[in-house]
Design a binder for this molecule. Structure first.
Ligand SMILES: NC(=O)c1ccc[n+]([C@@H]2O[C@H](COP(=O)([O-])OP(=O)(O)OC[C@H]3O[C@@H](n4cnc5c(N)ncnc54)[C@H](OP(=O)(O)O)[C@@H]3O)[C@@H](O)[C@H]2O)c1
Length: 255
């Protein structure tokens, strides 16, 4: 299966576009000559800095991943989209035994897992109508390895990665490339809140590496992107397992 997706002149939608990795992805799509980038956000006024920088190429759209109706309304407004990047995500620091573990897991699943599911279900038909395109999901290195202090977040990102694998196979039938992005610690509000910002790569460097890898993956039709140094180390170790299990038909030799 080989699905190609160029970026130039494409129409893109990025969730959580107003800050952190999402804003960097918007910058990169504009720099790579995307025709239009819908910035899907909870507060449309938070897109003002991106509008100042990029002008009318960036189009604000209201969307809250915990509100499925807002996703449906946004998809109707952005019905010409060809590349969807589901970047919005949330994190709480909770280990399995901490007092707030259940609340944290529920909250993180509501955005990181159910949000992804709503996004895929609403945008799959739109992408199909527009020729296939790509659906990009921001997962994490913690999708593969649980970090105990952020165990509930890790579990949500593992669940999101699991769904992303299914989407890769299911959306291939309609010619949609699915890409799973797995950053390590990146210096944003999220990593600061998680207490893992120390040692995180500088945001500009990491954002550029992430976007370059993302562009390369879209062009080459690859499934995983491991953008920063830590992620890259994990990605190298993971490659064989991915080729022989995740991206392979393991039912071939069954029986
Ligand atoms: N930073 C890291 O170290 C790291 C590493 C691996 C993966 N990731 C993943 O990369 C993605 C971006 O992370 P980040 O570090 O840029 O996070 P961030 O700085 O905390 O930004 C999170 C973004 O998600 C949006 N968001 C949160 N809840 C939402 C909801 N219910 N509906 C719509 N948007 C919502 C936020 O919007 P508001 O401004 O309205 O809150 C914000 O734009 C996430 O999926 C994260 O899990 C991050």
């Amino acid at each position: 299966m080989s699905i190609q997706c160029e970026i130039e002149n494409k129409i893109v939608l990025v969730t959580g576009a107003n800050r952190g990795i999402g804003a960097a992805i918007v910058d990169a799509f504009v720099a790579n000559d995307a025709a239009k980038v819908y910035a899907a956000v909870r507060r449309v006024d938070s897109v003002a800095p991106l509008r100042e920088k990029h002008g009318e190429t960036v189009v604000p759209v209201h969307m809250d991943l915990t509100d499925p109706a807002s996703i449906t309304i946004a998809a109707a407004a952005a019905n010409d989209v060809e590349i969807v990047v589901n970047n919005a995500g949330v994190l709480r620091t909770a280990s399995p035994l901490s007092d707030d573990a259940i609340d944290a897991l529920t909250f993180e699943f509501s955005v990181n897992v159910f949000g992804l599911l709503h996004m895929a279900r609403v945008f799959a038909p739109v992408l199909r109508e527009n020729g296939g395109g790509a659906f990009v999901q921001l997962n994490s290195v913690v999708s593969m390895k649980c970090f105990p202090q952020i165990a509930t977040y890790s579990a949500s990102k593992a669940a999101a990665y699991s769904l992303t694998q299914a989407l890769r196979e299911e959306l291939a039938d309609q010619g949609t490339l699915v890409v799973s992005v797995h950053p390590g610690p990146i210096a944003t509000d999220m990593s600061t809140a998680a207490g893992v910002a120390e040692g995180a790569e500088p945001p500009a460097v990491v954002a550029a590496a992430l976007v370059a890898a993302l562009v390369a993956a879209l062009r080459a039709g690859e499934f995983h992107v491991f953008p920063d140094a830590m992620a890259n180390r994990l990605g190298k170790a993971y490659r064989y397992f991915s080729q022989t299990v995740i991206e392979a038909d393991v039912t071939e030799d069954a029986g």
